[in-house]
Ligand binder design. Structure first.
Ligand code: XBP
Ligand code: MG
Length: 235
């Protein structure tokens, strides 16, 4: 049966958000801004997906000292370029590894003939750095379709990035399984009509996953036959 597993990236493939948080803070420091996102604040800010959108939310919500009065979007874009540079350097330096069971699930899915895709809010450079650092130079080639970041007008929880992945796969949502870590991601995949398995991450463990087809600690607990069974339920 022509079917696919669509993976989220941040929090799902790897516990990346601590590295993102430190990269944001490194960019703020490099720009001479008196901003420092600690873990409690970052957990709140993660309600907003997309790094640029998250910075804008922080400026608008926390009256951030040092933000310009006008042309804020240009300021944010420049800051986010520095953050992405810091993040990709940290990831390329080998500080992240895949979450438990991720590599085995990818191998089992391939062995069972599932097509593989990625649907993420993060910046494409971040995906390249993570897949190369954890799966090798050909890591990206495991995924037939990679939909990311600004390639869609509306980020998660909007369905846009998953709908784009379905379009590029030329598959219906009922022929796919999504694997996510957050409520924003779960809502996005469900809105695209995709049954979703959730593996909560360090920043999402207290979120509501009631719409999930299955919630498991991590992918070590996933038997690929479960994906087949979920697809049969969808039909
Ligand atoms: C998670 C996000 C991203 C990352 C930061 O993406 O919302 O914004 O937190 O990456 P997903 P950027 O879980 O969909 O992979 O700064 O590149 O946005
Ligand atoms: Mg995620």
């Amino acid at each position: 049966m022509n079917r696919a597993i669509i993976f989220d990236v941040d929090g799902t493939l790897a516990e990346t958000e601590e590295t993102h948080r430190r990269a944001f803070n490194r960019a703020f420091e490099g720009a001479g801004l008196p901003w420092n996102w600690d873990q409690d604040l970052y957990r709140e800010l993660l309600a907003v997906t997309g790094g640029k959108e998250r910075i804008r939310h922080f400026i608008d919500t926390y009256s951030a000292e040092g933000a310009p009065q006008d042309d804020v979007d240009t300021f944010i874009r420049a800051l986010h370029v520095e953050k992405t540079l810091a993040y990709t350097q940290m990831v390329s330096g080998g500080e992240l590894e895949l979450r438990p069971g991720v590599e085995a699930t990818i191998a089992a899915a391939q062995q069972q003939g599932f097509r593989l895709a990625i649907a993420t809010t993060t910046t494409p450079a971040n995906i390249d750095a993570l897949l190369t650092a954890t799966l090798g130079d050909n890591g990206q080639e495991l995924f037939e379709v990679i939909c990311a970041g600004d390639s869609v007008p509306n980020k998660k929880p909007a369905p846009d990035v998953y709908l784009k992945a379905l379009q590029e796969l030329d598959l219906a949502g009922a022929s796919c399984i999504a694997i996510e870590d957050s409520r924003n991601g779960l809502l996005s995949a469900c809105a695209a009509g995709i049954a979703t398995i959730v593996t909560p991450s360090i920043y999402t463990s207290d979120e509501n996953f009631e719409e999930a087809a299955l919630v498991i600690d991590d992918l070590q607990a996933l038997d690929i036959a479960t994906c087949e069974a979920l697809l049969l339920q969808e039909r």
